[in-house]
Structure formats: C-alpha cells, structure tokens
Write a protein that binds this ligand. Structure first.
Ligand code: AMP
Length: 516
C-alpha cells in the first residue's frame, strides 16, 4: 500500500483519472476493477462516456449535525402508517427540541410557530441530514417543502461549496405556482440565514431572472423548461450544485419534463445528494430514481397509491348537459346558505372558466378566474387575492389542481369531471387541508360514465357512501362496453368468414422460391 501512494497521488490529478477511468472501463468492462481503485482512495469525476450505472455514485455526506441514531423501536412508524425501505435508516425526529437540527433551524421553526414535525418531516429530516439519497412518497400538503428546505439550509451552512456563482441547491417543481410557493418559504430562510434564493419559471421575461442570478445564488427553485433554457444558454451552471430536490416528480413526468430533468441532472456533479418527492410511485418515477439516485432510502407515508383525503365529504350531482349550469347555480345557492370560507371551482377548459366567472359575477358572487392564458402577473395577483381572502371564489382549470396551498378552502366544486380520477383526487385535495374538514361537489353527466368505476373505487377507499346513481352509471357503462365488444367480435367473425369464402376461388399460390 505504501508503495502505491505516489502512484495514487499522480493518478488523482483530474485529467489522468478521467483517461484512466474511460480506458479501464472501455477495455475491461470490469466494474470490480473500478471499485478496487476506489478502495485505495481514487475517485473518478463524471464524464458523459461513463456508463450510467457507474455514474450514480453518491457521497455519504455527514454534517456536524448529527442524524438521529437507529433505534429498534418502530412505534412512531407504525402509528403513522410509515414504511421505510433501505439500509441504515435513522429513527424519526418525533420532537423538534430533541432533533439534531442546529439552533438556527430550531429558532426558525419556533418563529414559524411550528411545534411538531409532520410525518414526512419527522422521518425525512434525519435521513436527509445523514446525506443519503431519499425518496419520499407522500401526498401534497403534508409539509414536504420544509422537509427538503431545512436540510438544504443545513447543507449550505455546514458544507463548503465549490467556487462559483451557480446554485448549491436546486429545487425542481412542475408548475410556476408550486415554484413560487416554495420560493415564499425559501425567502423566510434567506433573511434568517443570510443565503440567496432565486426562483425561475416560464411565462415571464428571462431578463429579470437573469439579473437575479447574476450576483450568485444558493438555492435555485426552477420549473424544468426555464431551467433548461438557462442551462443551454449557459446562464446557469449546475457544477456547484450538490443537493437536488425533485418535487412532485410524478407530475413533472406526467407533464413530459423527463428530458429536461435528465439534462439538468447530467450537469450536476456526481458527489451530490438527491431528494425526490412524489405523490405516487409509478414505474416512470421508479426508473428515474434507479437511474440517478443509485442507493436510496424510501419513505412511504400512507399508501403509494393516490387516495382521497378522508377529511373531505365527497358529494355528486347527476344532471344533463342542458341543465348543468342550473344545477351548478343551485349548488352555489345551497353553499351560500350554509356559509363558506373559500370556494374553488374547477372547469376543464379556459373558455368555460371565463364563462363561469362571468356568470357568477352577474349573479352576485364576486369570483375571479385563472387559467393558462392569463399572464404570470395576472395569475400571481389572482392567487394572492384568493389567498388573502379579498376574493373568496376562484374558478380555475387544472393549473390550480395540485400543490396549491391556500388556507380556508371549505368547498371544491368540479363543474366538469377531470380527465382522470387522479386529477379528481388532486382537485378535491385543495380543501380539507391540515386536519380541517372540507366538502367537494362534483357534477356528472352521461359523458362521465366511463369514469364511474374509478370514482366508486376512490369513494370506497375513502370509506364513503357510494350513491346509487353512480352505481347505475357504472353498470350502464359496463353494458355498453360489453355490447360494443360483442359487435366488434361479430364484425371480425364476418370479415374472416367472407375472406375464407373468397380464398376458395383464388388461384393457388405460385411457389416463387426458386424463380430467380
Ligand atoms: P406543504 O406540503 O409543504 O405545501 O405544506 C403544507 C402546509 O403545512 C403549509 O401551509 C405549511 O406552512 C404547513 N406546515 C408545514 N410543516 C408544518 C408543521 N410541522 N406543523 C404545522 N404546519 C406545517
């Protein structure tokens, strides 16, 4: 070993290690050889020619902050329906005072009047502080933002970053609304810890965002499209970034952002920690985790299947297209009679959002509308008005379906049923947050028959009564489906029979095998 030292020192030089790595792998394809180099303290820097399964190296970064020790006691996890998968999983921080956080974080939590961690925080914080890659499968509204932002703050404060102006922490979020929401929480930390946070997203001019990035940034919150633009134009470099968060990973993949996410992760050094949060755990998210996280600890809070919040009473109204608007008005009258905090109304098209908003205003309900055709400034103002309560009826397309965290939403109305039952769960989840009760009203017409089966499953899972009309809808759809299938089968049978008859009169096939 002693005699190896000068050679190892020589090989540690960056260029030499790169060449050696490529050659060793290219010619031998022997990963064990690479590992033996690592054993003598030789680590290889990333290169695009290095195969993916070797590139998912994760450094074990232990801060001066101590993660909780591993205890055998699983009572907290059992009580809160938490399952953990992985090795060396530290015990949850059940109390903030006894957590391993430094005083500046404890003070911050006190200032925010946060006295107890949520479940994902209790189990997520010690894992994130232990430096391990982490996957958290939990619904939105469970306190995920602080689950990743507080360890991010510790990461910045307790580790020495490389020189440069690029971010040390990157948070990727699917929508501008969610990115802005994370920014609000990050800005509180900015003042307290003297760090810089910048949020970049599409739909607004790039110039002001470029100017914001100019002096350097610690935490960059970004939507994948705009980040990609800035990476390509070399406005942002991720070479300093050692802590990456993928928030609502399932939604980002649903929205088709996989190439942009992968491109961003390619620019991040191999010595990094990745935290991925997702409401569900589908195959696409699993592949992404496998490709970029290598070894990771997974924490599931509740089921990994999306399920409706049990604090929400789900009500359904059955009508036809011609009397749908009248039905909607009568629901609004009933809610107004009972009294409400805030109402969020969902429609599937931008045009209908505008139409409903206008109708509500004309009938004395001061509503505002939001959809993808509004400018970012308009969207921000509208959300702000709704958040502050200066207007308490918001009509929206699915831009407001996920992640939007507004206090006091007592009712959600689905004027149209969304494309999938998953979207339905996200929409109604805007009410009943943080242990409050909520009510959802959903209008259904014969057009929605194909969804009936899925809605029944959602209701049953949430232990709610299934209306007879919904059962009837599902039955009708099943019998129509069965009839259509029968017809298709008959058609296929007929065409096969007619082909057979025709074949009888065709000249026998020539044997063309030896014609040439
Ligand atoms: P999030 O899932 O991050 O959008 O958080 C949902 C809401 O829960 C936000 O309004 C947070 O301020 C709030 N919150 C986060 N963590 C806690 C906590 N430990 N105790 C009470 N409220 C919290």
């Amino acid at each position: 070993m002693m005699s190896l030292n000068p050679i190892v020192k020589l090989l540690r030089r960056k260029e030499l290690t790169k060449v050696l790595y490529q050659n060793v792998y290219q010619y031998t394809r022997d990963t064990s050889l690479i590992n033996s180099f690592k054993n003598v303290g030789l680590h290889f820097s990333g290169s695009s020619t290095i195969p993916r399964h070797i590139r998912t190296v994760c450094s074990q970064r232990f801060y001066s902050v101590k993660p909780a020790a591993q205890k055998e006691d699983d009572s907290y996890r059992n009580e809160h329906n938490v399952t953990v998968i992985g090795d060396e999983i530290p015990s949850p921080y059940t109390e903030i005072d006894s957590s391993g956080f430094p005083d500046y974080i404890k003070n911050y939590l006190k200032k925010q009047q946060i006295i107890k961690p949520t479940v994902i925080q209790a189990q997520g914080w010690p894992i994130a502080l232990s430096g391990q890659n982490f996957v958290g499968v939990a619904q939105t509204g469970t306190g995920k933002t602080l689950a990743f932002l507080l360890p991010a703050a510790v990461h910045i404060k307790e580790t020495q970053g490389r020189k440069g102006r690029g971010p040390r922490v990157l948070v990727l979020a699917p929508t501008r609304e969610l990115a802005r929401q994370i920014e609000v929480v990050a800005k509180d930390l900015e003042k307290l810890l003297n760090i810089r946070c910048v949020c970049i997203y599409g739909g607004v001019s790039r110039n002001s965002q470029m100017a914001d990035l100019q002096p350097g940034v610690d935490i960059l919150i970004a939507t994948p499209g705009r980040l990609n633009d800035f990476i390509v134009s070399k406005t942002v470099s991720l070479s300093r970034c050692t802590y990456v968060v993928l928030d609502e990973a399932d939604r980002m993949l649903d929205m088709g952002f996989e190439p942009q996410i992968r491109q961003a992760l390619e620019g991040v050094p191999l010595e990094r920690q990745i935290l991925m949060f997702s409401a569900t755990w589908p195959k696409e998210v699993q592949h992404l985790a496998k490709d970029y996280l290598g070894d990771f600890v997974q924490v599931n809070v509740g089921s990994t299947e999306l399920s409706a919040n049990r604090n929400i009473e789900q009500l359904f109204h059955f009508c036809d297209d011609y009397n749908k608007l009248e039905k909607f008005k009568s629901i609004m009258h009933n809610i107004s009679g009972e009294g409400f905090g805030k109402i969020l109304v969902f429609a599937n098209t931008k045009k209908f959002v505008d139409k409903l908003t206008l109708m509500l205003r004309r009938n004395g309900w001061p509503a505002v509308g939001i959809h993808g055709d509004k400018t970012q400034a308009q969207r921000d103002t509208i959300i702000q008005k709704f958040r502050s309560g200066s207007t308490n009826i918001l009509v929206a397309t699915d831009v407001a379906a996920r992640g939007l965290d507004v206090d006091g939403v007592t009712h959600v109305i689905n004027y149209d049923f969304p494309n999938t039952s998953e979207d339905y769960i996200h929409r109604i989840g805007r009410t009943g947050r943080q242990d409050n009760k909520g009510v959802s009203h959903t209008l259904l017409t014969s057009e929605d028959e194909r969804q009936a089966k899925n809605i029944i499953a959602v209701l049953k899972e949430a232990n709610q009564e299934v209306p007879q009309d919904l059962e009837d809808m599902a039955r009708r759809y099943n019998s129509v489906k069965a009839y259509e299938q029968q017809e298709k089968y008959k058609q296929r049978q007929n065409s096969w029979n007619s082909n057979k008859r025709w074949n009888k009169f065709r000249a026998p096939r020539q044997n063309t095998k030896f014609r040439y």
